[in-house]
Design a protein around this ligand. Structure first.
Ligand SMILES: [Zn+2]
Length: 310
């Protein structure tokens, strides 16, 4: 039996995590660790990496984009799945980070840090909900955020028990679950390979209709700054290019970043738009402040907080 509070506390001690609320805040004034030191830590123990607010926001945005692309593929290709589509999209996104088909210029460790930062975000979201006494949203189409956190931690550990040995202790993962994580990762690896084998464009096949990208004007200073960071990092362009290479769409579609008054992202089949709302960047930025508020990790008990949005 997993005690989520113990897990969260342990993971918080790591200094890694975030989530969604709806306020505009300025971020990025923290002092990042010396770059060389951070890179060394990331190579040897990627889950130790303590990201800056900017990296935290960009990483979470990267997970969201990948998750939404998974929805697009499931919908477009009518991929048979058992269980909630949201869980399938989470697993696909997680495996694209932990077991990537293409390595980004920063190296594969960068993608592991994206997974760690995303797990952090789920944990912070869960903490916020508990703090606000908002109850357990068990009818939600998504798994509980605390489960999304433990799933990511489990897949990370399962992907390399030796490499991630320290993670076990850090997140207080029971040995029994850890052993299962190895199998869970193996099953997920088998499934993602199957997905590519069956639905990816084969060599020599003509490309499909394009997924295009459009960036509308961000509405806030924070979302402007975060969009700049995202464009500089380049993951949107790389991810969409990889998608266009890999998936043959029947009709064109558009990935659009725009203001939509809600901190959310979604695939909209009717308009063939994959929408990423700038309000989500604001929300992640606010969460990153929460993460930084307590040295070494996010707060686990409840200071007053006015905003939330999921
Ligand atoms: Zn989803």
């Amino acid at each position: 039996m997993i005690d989520p509070v113990r897990m969260l506390r342990a993971f918080a001690a790591l200094g890694a995590l975030w989530l969604v609320c709806a306020s505009t805040v300025a971020v990025g004034q923290e002092n990042p660790p010396p770059a060389e030191h951070a890179r060394d830590d990331a190579r040897s123990e990627p889950w130790r990496f303590s990201s800056t607010s900017e990296e935290f926001v960009v990483a979470n945005a990267q997970f969201v984009l990948t998750h939404e692309l998974a929805h697009l593929v499931i919908d477009e290709k009518r991929v048979p799945i058992l269980g909630p589509e949201e869980s399938a999209a989470d697993y696909i996104a997680a495996m694209m980070l932990i077991r990537p088909r293409a390595t980004p210029p920063e190296g594969p460790e960068a993608l592991l840090r994206v997974a760690v930062n995303t797990a952090d975000g789920f944990a912070i979201e869960w903490q916020r909900r508990e703090r606000l006494g908002r109850g357990v949203p068990y009818w939600d189409t998504h798994s509980l955020t605390v489960q999304r956190f433990s799933t990511l931690a489990c897949l990370l550990y399962g992907s390399g028990p030796e490499r991630f040995a320290g993670l076990l202790e850090r997140v207080d993962m029971p040995q029994a679950r850890a052993r299962i994580c190895v199998d869970e990762y193996a099953r997920a690896a088998y499934a993602i390979d199957w997905l590519f084998d069956n639905y990816a464009r084969r060599e020599g096949e003509p490309p499909g209709a394009p997924l295009e990208t459009r960036f509308e004007a961000p509405p806030t200073l924070t979302s402007r700054r975060m969009l700049d960071a995202i464009r500089k990092q380049g993951f949107v362009e790389r991810t969409i290019a990889f998608f266009n290479e890999t998936v043959a769409l029947e009709k064109p579609a558009t990935f659009v970043m725009r203001s939509c008054k809600q901190p959310q992202a979604m695939w909209v089949p009717a308009t063939r738009e994959l929408v990423f709302c700038y309000e989500l960047l604001d929300a992640y930025a606010a969460m990153s402040l929460e993460r930084r508020a307590e040295p070494g990790g996010p707060r686990l008990t409840s200071p007053p907080d006015a905003s939330s949005g999921d």
